[in-house]
Design a binder for this molecule. Structure first.
Ligand code: PDD
Length: 291
């Protein structure tokens, strides 16, 4: 079992894989990425990730990527070769390598890098029981957060501040006081009225795959749910706050800026949806949490 990488379809141990110094992903952040969970050797919600990659490629005019079938075959081969049962597939597609110049280069093929690394999902089940802490921070990102680009400096700086504060994730707030999402997660709240809310799809947030799946599960469970933005003031009065992301996949937030959220313990809506989400993971991948 070992972490592996594929660069344009060529396989390497992860430490040996290389891209060119003039790769546009490296110089301009002119690239898109996806992080996909695999459990039991099987990709979770793969089609939704692939759809988002294609949508992003269309949005930034990134042409010449291999077909979805080829990308899928490479991803599965990489996971097989790594012999890792559970982990994260990272996929990055840049506009290729060429002499440094801002406009799109001509006749240059994209660079497609994938890595597979182990990830301990069981650790998340333990975190789900205790809950995590949020730190509110100004949302200083660009105005196309719906594109999953590798321009992650604002997220990197926020995450470092979060780590120094001993918290787990940022709760990004706009100048108008609206909560958008976390630095690498989507955010949800259960209001005093019991309604579940998350920011509607727009350029202000990433259309999270887990967000989409949790919305489906919430609706399927008959929970009252609204895609509506909420403010930091509302978040402070929430009964529950929780996060969703590929690596979460659903974590209750029990503290916000040092104060307890609701009762200060994971709430019933987060518990119910986390159980349903793990159920969906098992349904798609056959994964069972180790006891
Ligand atoms: N982050 N919002 C942002 C800004 C994100 O970067 C992510 C994902 C999400 C959740 O999306 P999804 O449910 O599709 O993982 C929301 C990945 C995991 C990362 O950067 O590591």
């Amino acid at each position: 079992m070992s972490a592996r990488a594929l660069v344009n379809g060529h396989a390497f141990p992860i430490g040996k894989a290389r891209v060119a110094v003039e790769d546009r992903g490296l110089q301009f952040g002119d690239s898109l990425y996806e992080v996909v969970a695999f459990l039991n050797g099987r990709l979770f919600d793969w089609d939704k990730h692939l759809w988002r990659l294609e949508r992003g490629a269309a949005a930034i005019g990134l042409a010449g990527l291999p077909s979805p079938a080829v990308i899928a075959a490479r991803a599965r081969r990489l996971i097989r070769q790594s012999r890792l049962p559970d982990g994260l597939l990272y996929l990055q597609a840049s506009r290729g390598s060429s002499r440094r110049d801002h406009p799109f280069p001509h006749g240059v093929a994209p660079t497609l890098v994938m890595t597979a690394r182990r990830f301990d999902f069981a650790q998340r089940i333990r975190q789900q029981e205790t809950g995590v802490a949020l730190l509110s921070l100004p949302d200083q990102r660009w105005k196309r957060c719906d594109i999953k680009s590798t321009n992650l400096l604002a997220a990197v700086l926020a995450k470092e501040e979060v780590r120094r504060a001993g918290a787990f994730e940022a709760l990004f707030v706009t100048e108008d006081g609206v909560v958008t999402e976390g630095a690498s997660t989507n955010l949800w709240m259960v209001g005093p009225d019991g309604v579940l809310r998350t920011h509607p799809l727009s350029a202000a947030i990433l259309p999270g795959v887990s967000r989409d799946t949790v919305l489906e599960l919430a609706r399927g469970a008959g929970l009252p749910v609204e895609e509506r933005a909420f403010t930091l003031a509302e978040a402070r009065r929430a009964q529950e706050l929780f996060l969703t992301s590929t690596t979460g996949p659903l974590l209750p937030a029990t503290r916000l800026d040092g104060a307890p959220v609701g009762s200060g313990t994971p709430g019933p809506v987060a518990r119910e949806l986390a159980a349903r989400l793990w159920g969906e993971v098992s349904r798609q991948t056959g994964w069972r949490a180790p006891r």
